[in-house]
Write a protein that binds this ligand. Structure first.
Ligand code: PLP
Length: 415
């Protein structure tokens, strides 16, 4: 029996690039002890740097406790306990005292689901969301695959140091409106994936103004907000009050990156929009997080001593150290490494090592790295970068894997 046209075209015809490479790496993973020639995965954005700290914490007695309440339908949009803890966590770490209220928080099973839910709530099929390119590729999939929102990119350039220029978004928006298209929102990924940059207050303010001016939504994906490892000043949209946002700003965060527990599938949406909150309540049954996982995450956040003295300082130090290792190992090549401030990755220009300056040659280099070098890193074209030669390297792997992977990259580039 055949599947629906939409399921067939979306999932049977072409497997998505990142998922495909991830699956191939899983078949033959590198291991220092038993599989030295295996694949090094520096393409999938997971944070393995603090596994030891998390393992110790999560295995502590009392982290998992069963109560009958938890076995029934409860906390489909976030349990009361967890949303209260999240509100305090955000108030103290991201909104600098602007009080975050638990009733404006919804817990969902990952930021991917949050993006899908927002696309469903904001867009009718074919409506447009604007996004900076290069971009985390799954924005397009998460918002497009089932909700059929159309993402339109505005390309950032190396010459501009990949700075965001809100006026270019305005120009594109006006052009699209003139063509009769409906632009419904902008995604602001800050800190940015794949660049690793933190966009400053002025830029975030300008995006808010733009969204208010045109009455469109600002979807602020801040999933890397607590992985900033230099002294960049970061402004979370949680700093804006209800009056300032006019119900148009939706903040997204999750446990997958800053805590490296992507397998727990926990994401969070905060919004002042009452309509959006009500719509998300309707969607709750499809995107809810297991009560027991909410309980464990709640306990992690309640241990502020552990967060302040153990987890965050070590995780940040390790991320910073990883970026230094990239510069140390690859620093003598003829490449450009964009200064990263945050996140699990860095963004590098290998164009000097391409046969020709075109996307075909970039993919050829990707394949040599993957097939001969046994190292998976994602080529820029997968993020919508049209300047050939850029790659994203995930740095939040163990030091052994990072050094072996970088050495393999260097060998292929200089062969
Ligand atoms: C910017 C960004 N948003 C969302 C996600 C997805 O996160 P989750 O695991 O919470 O679905 C990722 C994962 O790489 C990401 O980089």
């Amino acid at each position: 029996m055949s599947l629906s046209e939409r399921a067939s075209t979306t999932y049977l015809k072409n497997q998505e690039f990142l998922m495909k490479c991830f699956a191939l790496c899983l078949k033959n993973p590198y291991c220092k002890k038993i599989n030295k020639d295996g694949m090094i995965n520096m393409g999938t954005a997971v944070n393995q740097l603090s596994e030891d700290i998390l393992q110790e914490k999560l295995n502590q007695p009392g982290m998992f406790e069963h109560k009958p309440d938890l076995q029934h339908y409860c906390g489909l949009n976030g349990t009361l306990e967890f949303t209260k803890t999240l509100a305090n966590f955000f108030t103290s770490r991201l909104s600098h005292g602007v009080e975050i209220h638990p009733e404006k928080i919804r817990v969902v099973n990952g930021v991917s689901s949050a993006l899908e839910a927002l696309a469903f709530c904001i867009c009718d099929p074919g409506d447009i969301i604007l996004i900076a390119l290069p971009t985390y590729a799954r924005f397009i999939a998460d918002m497009g695959e089932r909700s059929n929102a159309k993402l339109v990119g505005i390309e950032l350039t190396a010459e501009d140091n990949f700075d965001l220029k809100p006026e270019r978004f305005e120009k594109e928006l006006l052009k699209l409106q003139e063509q009769g298209e409906k632009v419904r929102g902008i995604i602001l990924c800050n800190p940015s994936n794949p660049i690793g940059k933190v966009y400053n207050k002025e830029t975030v303010d300008d995006f808010l103004d733009l969204c208010i001016k045109y009455n469109i939504h600002l979807i602020a994906d801040e999933i890397y907000a607590l992985s900033i490892y230099d002294n960049s000043k970061f402004l979370s949209v949680l700093n804006y009050t209800e009056n300032q946002t006019k119900g148009l700003v939706h903040f997204l965060w999750g446990f997958s990156k800053d805590f490296g527990i992507a397998g727990f599938r926990v994401g969070v949406i905060h919004t002042h929009s009452k309509d959006m909150l009500q719509a998300l309540d309707g969607l709750g049954i499809y995107v809810s997080v297991s009560t027991h996982i909410q309980q464990v995450c709640n306990k992690m956040l309640l241990d502020t001593d552990w967060l302040d003295k153990v987890y965050f300082p070590n995780n940040i130090k390790r991320l910073r150290n990883s970026f230094e290792i990239v510069k140390e190992v690859l620093g003598d090549l003829d490449i450009r490494i964009v200064k990263a401030s945050a996140g699990l990755f860095c963004w590098l220009d290998f164009s000097k090592y391409l046969e020709k300056e075109d996307t075909e040659s970039e993919i050829k280099l990707f394949k040599r790295l993957f097939d001969e070098g046994k190292v998976y890193i994602v080529p820029g074209s997968e993020f919508g970068c049209t300047t050939p030669g850029w790659f994203r390297i995930i740095i939040s792997v163990s030091e052994d894997i990072l050094r072996v992977g970088l050495t393999r990259i260097k060998q292929i580039l200089t062969a």
